[in-house]
Design a protein around this ligand. Structure first.
Ligand code: ZN
Length: 322
């Protein structure tokens, strides 16, 4: 069996302001909150999942809500940009106009994969990009019908991630020799790697910046990135392959919505491989995803205690800063 990762599964980032984060990713960016659960390793923190209508693998941007997190300090050894895919240059223009109207600063630039992008940040400095997915071979997600963003302009999932590392060789070794990515380009400080069908949805950009200080992870930064594998059997095979390569990888962890393994690549970025299923409709009606606090069965007996320990997730009240 030839193992092949089919693309990006999700990105998990850090917020210290969950209500504002919820408003930005759902109201401004138009994503659907498909799951409101807790960090399974720290149940005092929400784990919020934003995605397409169904919470499809490849469309999820998720956040740990860590109120006490220090600001993220950019540097080497981190995910330095997350690209989200939209359906073409008209959609990019639509977003630029939307950002103008909302006073959200942005820059129109060329993405390392070659297409046009709109680069912007959320209020905590999370580095985001919108990219044109009109040439994508990895299918995008299904836009959320309840979104404030029209379907034609909707964010359809993850397009690419950029890692900033100190040196290329060791990160390239893990991507290519262990994870089966193909190196498809190199330009200046950047190298491109693709997996599966390649292109948007299946690309990792590695930006080599040896002079930068080591990144310090915090709010407004990315915690880890996850790649997709379709089945539990292939997932177990990946765990064995990564361990056999001498990399310190976790055992398979049942996250209830998917299975996960985690390991740190030598450049400093935490990688995860996650299964496409069972998915987010496994414990909720697809019409009502994310509306109430969802807990995996092993945490359900502790629901009252967990709910009491969470901060309210109500919409932020506007505070005039005059
Ligand atoms: Zn994850």
């Amino acid at each position: 069996m030839a193992l092949e990762l089919s693309g990006l599964h999700h990105v998990t980032a850090i917020t210290a302001h969950a209500p504002e984060n919820l408003a930005f990713y759902t109201e401004t960016l138009g994503l659907r909150l498909v799951k409101k659960t807790v960090n399974q390793d720290d149940v005092s923190a929400y784990h919020l999942f934003y995605a397409d209508e169904l919470g499809s693998a490849g469309t999820e941007v998720t956040f740990f809500d860590w109120a006490m997190a220090a600001p993220n300090h950019p540097g080497r050894g981190e995910v330095s940009a997350v690209a989200l895919r939209v359906s073409g240059s008209e959609a990019l223009n639509w977003w630029a106009t939307r950002f103008d109207g909302l006073d959200i600063p942005y820059r129109v630039m060329t993405h390392p994969t070659g297409g046009e992008m709109v680069a912007f940040t959320d209020a905590e400095g999370q580095r985001l990009q919108l990219v044109d997915d009109s040439t994508a071979r990895v299918p995008g997600g299904r836009p959320w019908a309840g979104s404030s963003v029209p379907e034609e302009q909707a964010i359809r999932g993850l397009g690419a991630v950029t890692l900033t590392v100190g040196r290329l060789e060791s990160t390239e070794h893990v991507l290519v020799d262990v994870l089966g990515f193909r190196k498809t380009g190199e330009q200046g400080s950047m190298a491109l790697f693709e997996t599966g069908a390649g292109g948007i949805g299946a690309t990792v950009v590695v930006d080599v910046q040896p002079a930068l200080p080591r990144a310090r992870q915090g709010r407004g930064g990315v915690h880890h990135i996850a790649f997709r594998t379709p089945t539990f059997e292939e997932h177990e095979e990946w765990q064995r392959r990564i361990a056999a390569a001498g990399i310190n990888v976790t055992p398979v962890i049942d996250r209830f919505y998917f299975h996960s393994i985690y390991f740190r690549e030598p450049g400093g970025v935490l990688f995860e491989i996650a299964t496409d299923g069972p998915g987010f409709a496994t414990d909720e009606d697809p019409a009502h995803l994310g509306e109430s606090l969802a807990l995996p069965p092993f945490l359900e007996p502790h629901r009252a205690q967990i709910e009491a320990g969470l901060r309210p997730l109500t919409s932020p009240t506007t505070v005039a800063d005059d």
